[in-house]
Design a protein around this ligand. Structure first.
Ligand SMILES: [Zn+2]
Length: 317
């Protein structure tokens, strides 16, 4: 029998923290599980990333209701991954679901496969998965960048460039200087790179760093609310990507096979990054994609439930 995915044995329930970052911005974080962000405008509420299931969304709604009774009007999808988007059906029926045009293209191209694959990999993250009615479809897409006015509150929604996926979107409050980065930035959590563009990701980080945020809600991990935390979040993410892609490029140039590159990456990266959550879970996917990109495959190959198992058998045993 195949060894279970590292994450299938990860059953410990995480503690949720609800942090106020500015007068109208909040972080919903959970010790390295996927985060959400909340922006409260004059006339309604915007959520960045929905939680994984409609049942799980109820806890986020309860946190929002502890600070406002304004209607929840918008959801922004930072990217297409199931664990970020499938909670949408837990909100008001006529909620607007905003995504970059590129993210919508990824849902068309690989949303179904990703949903099946993510649920298999990480069952704990999909509590009450029977409440998921199916894929989440954006109702409003944009190209490049859009601005949403929640009354007098300006929210810029920016397709920042390729990185964690090719559709990565951030939400930015220019007046409050609060940034919701999605999985482009992680803090104390291992970046998942199965759909990544390693060559482009650091440049995308430079672009969002140039916004000059004083607080960042990362994709996973605690909010970054001091200059030192922001430097560590951005620098740590960048360092991980560069270390791993460097190993993959050297391995491909030397003609090594995937397993050899994987073993070296684990050996060399574990001392530096092994304490980050989901390290063991991410590495097989991250090395597989790094190896492909180093070989010149531009569009990440689609992960399916079957491909996951094949890859895990080949690398992790
Ligand atoms: Zn993701």
């Amino acid at each position: 029998m195949a060894k279970a995915f590292a994450s299938q044995a990860d059953l410990e329930v995480k503690k949720v923290t609800w942090t106020k970052l500015s007068e109208n911005a909040y972080a919903y974080t959970a010790e390295g599980d996927p985060n959400s962000g909340v922006i409260i405008g004059d006339d309604g509420v915007l959520i960045v990333d929905t939680t994984a299931t409609p049942a799980m969304a109820q806890d986020l709604i309860a946190k929002i209701r502890s600070v406002t009774d304004k209607p929840i009007k918008y959801v922004v999808l930072s990217h297409y991954h199931a664990v970020r988007v499938l909670g949408v059906a837990g909100y008001e029926e006529r909620i607007n679901v905003i995504a970059s045009d590129v993210t919508r293209g990824m849902i068309v191209e690989r949303g179904q496969q990703d949903m099946e694959s993510e649920i298999q990999r990480f069952p704990r993250l999909f509590q009450a998965r029977e409440t998921i009615p199916g894929l989440t479809w954006p109702t409003l897409t944009f190209h490049g960048e859009m601005t949403l006015w929640l009354g007098s509150r300006e929210v810029r929604i920016i397709h920042a460039g390729r990185g964690h996926t090719r559709g990565d979107t951030v939400a930015w409050l220019p007046k409050e200087r609060v940034l919701f980065s999605g999985d482009l930035v992680e803090y104390g959590a291992t970046p998942y790179c199965g759909d990544a563009h390693y060559t482009d990701w650091p440049g995308t980080l430079d672009r969002i760093e140039a916004l000059g945020a004083t607080a960042i809600v990362p994709g996973r991990g605690d909010p970054l609310a001091t200059p030192d935390q922001i430097r560590k979040g951005l620098g740590g993410t960048r360092g991980f990507l560069q270390d791993l892609f460097g190993i993959a490029r050297e391995g491909v140039a030397a003609g090594h096979d995937l397993k050899t590159v994987y073993d070296r990456a684990l050996r060399e990266m574990r001392p530096k990054y092994g304490h980050w959550v989901i390290f063991e879970h991410c590495m097989p996917f991250d090395v597989s994609r790094a190896y492909d990109e180093a070989k010149g495959i531009d569009n990440p190959r689609i992960w399916t439930a079957e491909r996951d198992i094949e890859m895990w058998r080949a690398l992790a045993n």
